[in-house]
Ligand binder design. Structure first.
Ligand code: SF4
Ligand code: SF4
Ligand code: SF4
Length: 508
């Protein structure tokens, strides 16, 4: 660059250091992967460069004397409702780089409604009394996979047994799974934490499109392996060691485009697992080059079932887009056992900003329309629906299930539970919390034992809350909640939004 970066002239954040508290230990300098802190040896003082700060708050958390605080820069561009500060800064950046603006994590703008926040749950009063989860058994167990239309039994020697052959199912002790996040996009230590927590809690984690590290094969029974357009790490062993398989067609944060893992993140281990050369960009194409129709998709679904001797359920994951319901219907008819819908607010390791912020639809609307369409067509039980992309709490889980989901995927919540502060810089490979990075000096900030414990605690805590919520509605099994839209009410929603969600307004 022939000139000083114009964007860097405008710091988003200000690093405040209380000189009275600072003991010059230089921990902040070592902890900041963006080199925003420095040390002036000559004058023996700490220095700072505000424009480099991305507000990860790592230095603040690690400073032994509490000397640091990070704040937003109050200095503003002249107000203009049409040309916001971010519009202007994005143009400055592109005028300097001439490239696509990459971002990490989900859309933070909040410009579109979060429908979960505009729906409220019901509770029992007087009639249909509530159930106390502390005193009575509650059932959260969920089975994912195709269910038969009817059950047939046979009697032999006075004993009745099930005659209907059941298709393979994923058994979950909680209706929550760790989302597809590839090894490479996040590091090995986080994968170990997710794998162990899944085994401990009786749930599943999803490898994403980066393959499965051989050392994690012992956790295969709690692993869903992904087959994405790049086919990274896909082989017969990978498919068979897993409990389930997912064909990734789309992702909520970036519908319609492929994946991109920058070469800097492809170290020796990542390259071995992905089966690509180290240091090369891992680019998965936007489409699967063997899928151009529902019939093509059917071929892949059955090829995967064949490859695993029909032992593993096959899921198909799509991004929530305008015609998700029709696409979902085709996917079910193509033989998928599980349909995964990933919503507009979903996170990502790296996506073009323009796609993340402008493409796709909120998961609540997509879920409600898909569930309704499959019910109308009489094929809802032929598939389980799993949703992700915006699940932030146990309340969101219950609302999603009331709208028609069988279970949910959590991605951002998974990372937050191991320390992510949503700085949204995952695409740089310099994650200060050691999560979205393969740099050894950073990734060791994640201790797999602690990650396992935190992830297990999150699932356990949400499970307890879910029991409280459904118990308060007089239910003792989460399965009874599925698709119970009459237990939801909308607040501040238009007629058409209520219609799509299939819920009544509050007060009615
Ligand atoms: S970590 Fe805190 S005490 Fe240590 S040099 Fe930085 S500001 Fe000073
Ligand atoms: S980038 Fe993070 S570690 Fe560095 S100064 Fe900012 S808040 Fe502190
Ligand atoms: S994973 Fe790391 S880089 Fe990504 S948002 Fe979280 S803290 Fe930031």
């Amino acid at each position: 660059m022939l000139y000083k970066s114009f964007v860097d002239s405008f710091s988003d954040y200000i690093i405040d250091r209380n000189e009275d508290k600072c003991i010059l230990c230089r921990i902040c300098e070592r902890q900041c992967s963006y080199e925003a802190h420095g040390f002036d040896k000559k004058n023996s003082v700490m220095t700072k460069q505000d424009h480099k700060c991305i507000c990860c708050r790592r230095c603040e958390a690690m400073c032994p004397t509490g000397a640091i605080s990070i704040r937003e820069n109050p200095s503003q561009f002249k107000r203009n409702s049409n040309w916001t500060a971010s519009h202007r800064k994005n143009i400055y950046k592109q005028a300097e780089t001439g490239g696509i603006l990459l971002v990490g994590m989900g859309n933070p703008t909040g410009k579109q409604p979060t429908y979960f926040d505009r729906m409220l749950l019901d509770a029992s009063q007087v009639t249909n009394p509530s159930i106390d989860p502390l005193r009575e058994p509650m059932e959260l167990r969920t089975y994912l996979g195709r269910k038969p239309d009817r059950l047939e039994f046979e009697e032999k020697d006075g004993r009745v047994s099930l005659k209907t052959k059941l298709t393979p199912q994923l058994k979950l002790e909680y209706p929550i799974m760790f989302s597809a996040m590839s090894y490479g996009a996040i590091n090995y230590n986080v994968h170990v934490g997710m794998a162990r927590a899944s085994q401990k809690m009786g749930i599943y984690y999803n490898t994403g499109e980066g393959g499965l590290h051989k050392s994690l094969y012992p956790y295969g029974a709690n692993t869903i392996v992904q087959v994405a357009s790049g086919r990274f790490g896909v082989n017969a062993e990978y498919l068979n060691v897993a409990g389930g398989i997912e064909i990734k067609i789309g992702q909520g944060a970036k519908p319609g485009i492929g994946g991109h893992l920058p070469g800097e993140k492809v170290n020796e281990e990542v390259s071995r697992t992905r089966m690509i050369p180290a240091g090369t960009d891992a680019l998965s194409p936007a489409p699967h080059h063997d899928i151009y129709s529902i019939e093509d998709l059917r071929q892949l679904i059955y090829a995967l079932k064949e490859a695993t001797d029909y032992k593993n359920p096959v899921s198909v994951k799509i991004a929530a887009v305008h015609n998700s319901a029709a696409i979902a219907s085709g996917i079910v008819r193509a033989g998928a056992d599980i349909l995964t819908l990933d919503g507009y607010r979903g996170g990502t390791g790296a996506a073009p900003l323009v796609t993340r912020n402008n493409v796709g639809i909120p998961i609540e609307l997509a879920l409600a329309s898909v569930d309704q369409r499959l019910r109308d067509e009489g094929i809802r039980n032929h598939v389980s629906i799993v949703v992700g992309g915006g699940i932030r709490s146990s309340a969101d889980v219950v609302k999603a299930i009331a709208l028609g989901a069988d279970a949910v995927y959590i991605g951002t919540a998974t990372l937050v539970s191991v320390g992510c502060t949503l700085c949204r810089m995952c695409f740089t490979g310099k994650c200060p919390w050691g999560i979205a990075t393969n740099d050894q000096s950073l990734s060791k900030r994640i201790n797999p034992d602690i990650a396992e414990e935190k992830l297990s605690n999150l699932i356990r805590g949400w499970g307890l809350e879910i029991k409280e919520i459904i118990g308060g509605m007089g239910l003792n099994a989460l399965e009874s909640m599925r698709g119970s839209r009459h237990r939801l009410r909308g607040v501040g929603l238009s007629e058409s939004e209520l219609d799509i969600l299939g819920i009544a307004p509050a007060g009615k």
